[in-house]
Structure formats: C-alpha cells, structure tokens
Design a protein around this ligand. Structure first.
Ligand code: UDP
Ligand code: MG
Length: 324
C-alpha cells in the first residue's frame, strides 16, 4: 500500500501532559506514551527530536520524583515542575509555552483520551490542519451527572455566544504557528478551549470514545468543575452583564405599569390605605432605576473588559506575493 499523505517534511512532535498527584497512573502513562512515540518514529511520521513534556502541577505525592527519575534516564522525556498547584489549565499552558517542536499535542495524564488517536491527529496535520480537536463521540464511561452537566455546559456556552467545539476538552494538536497565535492571547484568565476556536486556521476533528480513568481519582471535584465552568463563561462572554440591563428594562416597564395602578387606586378609589402609595411609588421607581443604572455600568464595564484583554485582532494564515 502506498502512503497517500502529501510530502510534507516530517514534523517533530511534542506531547504535553499536566500531572497532579498522578503517581498511580504515571508508570503506565509514561510507558504508553513512549511506546506511541516509538511507533510513530518507526512509521516515519515524526522525527527523533520529538519529546514528551510532563508538567508536575505542584503534586503532593511522588509524582515529581517519578517524573524526575524518568527524565534523567530517557532523553525523550522532559520533566517540568511548577512552584505550586496552579490548576490544570495553567499547568497545560506552562507545558505549551515550553515546547519548541513543530507540532504539540496536549493530553491528560490519566489517558482517558486514548493516545492512539494522536496518530490520526498527526495525519490530519500532515493533510494541512493547524488545529486538530479530539472530540468525545461517546461518554459512556462518564457518570450520568458528569455527562449531563458537561453537555449542558456546552449548550449554555453556545447560547451565550461562546464558540466551543462540542465535547472537546483539552486533547488537541496545535501546529507551531497556531501555538504562537495562542501565546498572543495575553489575558491571565486564559480559557484554552475558547481561545483555540478564536485563533482560527484550518482545523479538523478526530473522534474517539473516552475511557474510564484507570488509576487514581478525578482531580476535578464538583467545586473545581463549577469554578472552571464559571471562569469559561466570564472569560468569554459579557452576556451576564447584558442580562442586568435587560432585567432593568423589564422591571422598569413592570414598575411603570404598577405605578399607574397605584396612582389609579390612590386617586380614583376610596380604599387606598394611608401611606400605601407614598411607600410603594418611590420603592418601585428607585428599584427599577437602580437596576437600569447597574445595567448601564455593566455595559461600560464589558467594554473595558474587552479592552483590557488586549486580544490580538487577527492572525494571518497565508500571504501570496509575486516577486518581480
Ligand atoms: N490536573 C492538573 N492540576 C490540577 C488538576 C488536574 O494538572 O489542579 C491534571 C490531572 O493530573 C490530569 C488532568 O489535569 O492529567 C485532568 O484531570 P482529571 O483527569 O482528574 O479530570 P477529569 O478527567 O476527571 O475531568
Ligand atoms: Mg480524567
């Protein structure tokens, strides 16, 4: 069988793995990823300069000792230690900023996202994609709760105007130029999943079934999950601020109607209790004016927020120029 891939220079590959208290999982993870690297090398899909970057996110167990030992023995491994626990996204970003290879794949240390798919991702890159999203086709191994909350989240984000790839987490391939574009996003609340959509470039999808975690426990308890979800919304959407304005307008209209009613009862009938109208009218009026003002402040704040993020305005993907 002939190889149908076009003749692009063989790329060097970096695999970035954030690790937090993963001592139980690491021996298997390292062996699997090294075997994968070997097999891709044999198939001549990646060069010998390919490396696996393991980022210890301030683990409290033996993770760093294991990583340091492994990296001391094997030049294909690079161990990086963060000064303290900074969370999955920051650990991942630290890894991404350290690689120098042509393509970078990020993957979780528990290998719930089967690393076998990295080969398909590299193929997509060789076919011309700068970004390849790993997408979970089935979540059969997730609990009902996790599946329900996770999938609901993608829908809510979409409603708020945030462009996410459905069921894509942080298993993805980035070409060098996509990674450079990503690093131009200076915001400290970096929500990687959103930003990779934002940068554009040609992208494609590799679908796979997510496996159950083999060893250790999920490092994403409900509290962290909620805070991550909220961070994603506030980093990418000013819809919650806009909602205050809408609420202010709606309550303004409603209280206007109520004010008419109060005045009607007070002036046209005999049954208004003394003091009733003079308490209710200012209450309704001030309440809705306050909400509306908060909304207006929110509108300006959202503009300031967009400005301070200083997002790059564009990334060039091709230039064609004829030299005389
Ligand atoms: N992780 C990390 N820092 C943290 C929490 C998690 O680097 O503070 C890593 C963890 O070691 C794993 C990945 O992030 O490689 C995803 O975590 P986990 O598998 O526990 O999340 P889940 O799959 O349950 O969403
Ligand atoms: Mg996991």
């Amino acid at each position: 069988m002939t190889n149908s891939l076009p003749s692009v220079a063989i790329p060097s590959l970096a695999i970035v793995v954030p690790c937090y208290n993963e001592e139980e999982m690491l021996p298997k993870t390292l062996a699997t990823l090294l075997a994968l690297r070997d097999s891709l090398l044999t198939k001549q899909k990646i060069t010998n300069a390919s490396k696996i970057y393991l980022v210890d996110d301030g683990s409290k167990d033996a993770t760093w000792r294991l990583l340091a030992e492994a990296a001391n023995q094997n030049s294909a491994l690079v161990a990086i230690k963060l000064s303290r626990n900074k969370g999955h996204q920051n650990a991942l970003y630290a890894g991404l900023c350290t690689t120098i290879e042509d393509i970078t794949v990020s993957i979780d240390a528990d290998l719930q996202d089967d690393p076998k798919n990295i080969e398909a991702m590299v193929d997509e890159y060789l076919k011309g994609s700068d970004v390849v999203f790993g997408v979970r086709s089935a979540r059969t191994t997730d609990t009902f709760f996790k599946r329900f909350t996770a999938e609901g989240y993608y829908h809510v984000m979409k409603k708020m105007g945030v462009d996410l790839v459905f069921n894509h987490a942080d298993f993805r391939l980035l070409s060098r130029r996509a990674l450079i574009a990503l690093q131009e996003y200076d915001e400290s609340n970096l929500f990687l999943r959103g930003v990779v959509r934002e940068i554009g470039f040609k992208s494609s999808v590799v679908a796979y079934e997510r496996q159950a975690r083999e060893a250790g426990e999920s490092k994403y308890p409900l509290k962290k999950m909620l805070s991550f979800a909220w961070k994603g919304i506030t980093a990418f959407s000013t819809a919650p601020l806009r909602m205050i304005t809408v609420l202010g307008l709606v309550s303004g209209l409603a209280s206007f109607a109520l004010i008419l009613w109060v005045l009607g009862v007070r002036l046209l009938t005999e049954n208004a209790v003394p003091g009733w109208a003079s308490v209710l009218l200012p209450l309704l009026f001030i309440g809705s004016v306050q909400l509306l003002c908060l909304g207006i402040i929110g509108e300006y704040m959202s503009k300031i927020y967009e400005e301070v993020k200083r997002r790059p305005k564009y990334h060039i993907s091709d230039v064609i120029k004829k030299f005389e």
